[in-house]
Design a protein around this ligand. Sequence first.
Ligand code: GLP
Length: 237
Amino acid sequence: MIHYQVVDTYEELCRLGADLIATQIKNKPNAVLGLATGSSPVGIYQNLIALYQAGKLDFSKITSVNLDEYVGLSADHPQSYRYFMQKNLFDHVNIDPAKTFVPNGLATDVDAECSAYDRRIETLGGIDLQLLGIGLDGHIGFNEPGDRFIEETHPVLLHPSTIQANARFFESIEEVPRSAITMGIGSIMRARKILLIANGPAKKEIIEKAVSGPVTPLVQASILQQHPDVTVIYSKL
Ligand code: GLP
């Protein structure tokens, strides 16, 4: 079931989103958080950092598993998702670095990396709260539109529109990796709670398709309609 909330500003979205995550951490200090990259979660992470700095949040027992990583980018590449997580959250809170997991984009055996990532999530007991952004083509993580929902963590060829959309973070479009490793729909759907965020008019059409359109692998986020506990927050700005 989706609880769909529309707010006016990104600030409001971030406050509500951070509250939901903070409540999860307070209710279960050793929670497993599924985390996301992209521009949308940045303000949520800033709010969480502020709560931590104010002594209101403790990450010491938290474990995190990230959704995805570009193939070919090392952890210290400024556009890698590991680097993003360090700079936007991990370096500023008391999370144990050994308990932060992001797929390894440099793995020589990508298939082995993918199945190890799924085993890791399973061993952790699954994800308590999964944070998601949404791509313009409806992708969650890097699960691109296709003819089916892929359950397991897997390598993906990025959609031309995704490469285009993510080029803004790179010096040029040629530098955007063509492939990535993404958590599959299975681990996302097994998360006990899901928070999907989207902001700005560019995301309006796709978020509405995801929330109330037909459930189809052409809009991967639409599968969330079949999850028992999803909060979607869309901000108009
Ligand atoms: C990337 C990420 C997604 C993210 C999407 C939207 O492709 N792999 O997890 O949701 O971008 O990003 P933004 O929030 O910047 O629009």
